[in-house]
Design a protein. Structure first.
Length: 318
């Protein structure tokens, strides 16, 4: 497969903050308990009238600005989401309409693993069908089906979106998609779900062990395939489920504090977009000290159970 590059990126978090103190007022929990068990301090929530596609539009517009090309140049728009505006049409179609463009547009639902699954689809379609300008948007409004009377689940979820623009031409600054691995473990299908018209149903205790195992396995597979050690990686980002889970993954892989990029403590579990908002914000924060050839591992797990890991290489032309 010929190389695929990330030429632009953008992300968006709603302004409204849902703090632990806010949750203490409506459900039997406490700031101390939430911090001890999840590490989460607050999360973002989109207000009524702001939907998944609205978040995606903002992220995609910012990505287009960063890449320096017009929305009309997009051949393909994929939205990785498990919380679309409606059962149909796809959130990607809503995003395209708001941008006033008509690329091929559809959704991919691999729950919180959506970024890696959508990236695999995008790369294949670019290779096999010749698409040259692709927007891959990860967007989720998880507060839509959060039950704020359920203290086990309402402490976790937030809303956000992030978009990367993919192309075949090597950019002056951006990232190369080096490799991907995907996996599924369907015996865990009942550990996390949302019935049609219902709310989150999850077994957090039962989910942790297989989630850590799959997150570590994906990262380890890519390291082994490319004869790399964890010390060779500039930054590692896991699915932003909760910070205690990420600590377990980092400890198992041997990820240092400097290597570990995350945003779950202040943004909550953002579904498919969590790992990508982390990457986009990390690149923004460390923009001045990124070097050509820096490597990034993004490892994710989601309902299904789905799992994936992406290896990216930073490009910084002199």
């Amino acid at each position: 497969m010929s190389p695929t590059y990330i030429a632009g990126m953008g992300y968006h978090h709603p302004q409204e903050r849902i703090t632990n103190a806010d949750l203490e007022k409506i459900v039997d929990t406490s700031d101390r308990w939430i911090r001890e068990h999840t590490g989460i301090v607050e999360r973002r929530g989109a207000p009524d009238g702001v939907d998944t596609s609205h978040l995606g539009v903002i992220a995609t517009q910012r990505a287009l600005e960063s890449a320096g090309y017009a929305a009309s140049e997009l051949d393909l728009l994929i939205c990785a989401t498990s919380s679309p505006d409606q059962m149909l049409p796809a959130a990607a179609c809503h995003i395209a309409r708001e941008l006033r463009i008509d690329p091929i547009a559809f959704d991919v639902n691999a729950a919180c693993s959506g970024f890696t699954y959508a990236l695999a689809v995008a790369r294949s379609m670019m290779e096999d069908m010749g698409y040259r300008r692709v927007a891959l948007c990860c967007a989720d409004k998880y507060t839509r089906f959060t039950d704020y009377t359920d203290r086990r689940s309402c402490i976790l979820f937030g809303d956000s979106a992030a978009t990367v623009l993919l192309q075949k031409e090597k950019p002056a600054r951006g990232a190369e998609v080096v490799d991907l691995v995907l996996s599924n473990a369907h015996e865990g299908i009942d550990l996390v779900s949302v019935p049609v018209g219902g709310y989150w149903q999850l077994d957090g205790h039962g989910l942790k062990a297989p989630a850590v195992e799959m997150l570590v396995a994906g990262a380890s597979a890519l390291l082994a395939r490319h004869d790399l050690k964890i010390q060779d990686i500039r930054a590692v980002m896991g699915h932003q489920a909760n910070y205690r889970l990420l600590e377990a993954v980092a400890a198992t892989l041997g990820v240092s504090e400097e290597q570990h990029w995350s945003n779950v403590r202040m943004m909550g579990n953002q579904g498919a977009s969590g790992v990508l908002t982390t990457f986009c914000a990390g690149v923004e924060k460390h923009s001045s000290d990124l070097r050509d050839g820096d490597l990034f591992l993004l490892t994710v797990v989601g309902a299904g159970l789905t799992s994936g890991c992406a290896l990216l290489r930073w490009i910084e032309s002199p």
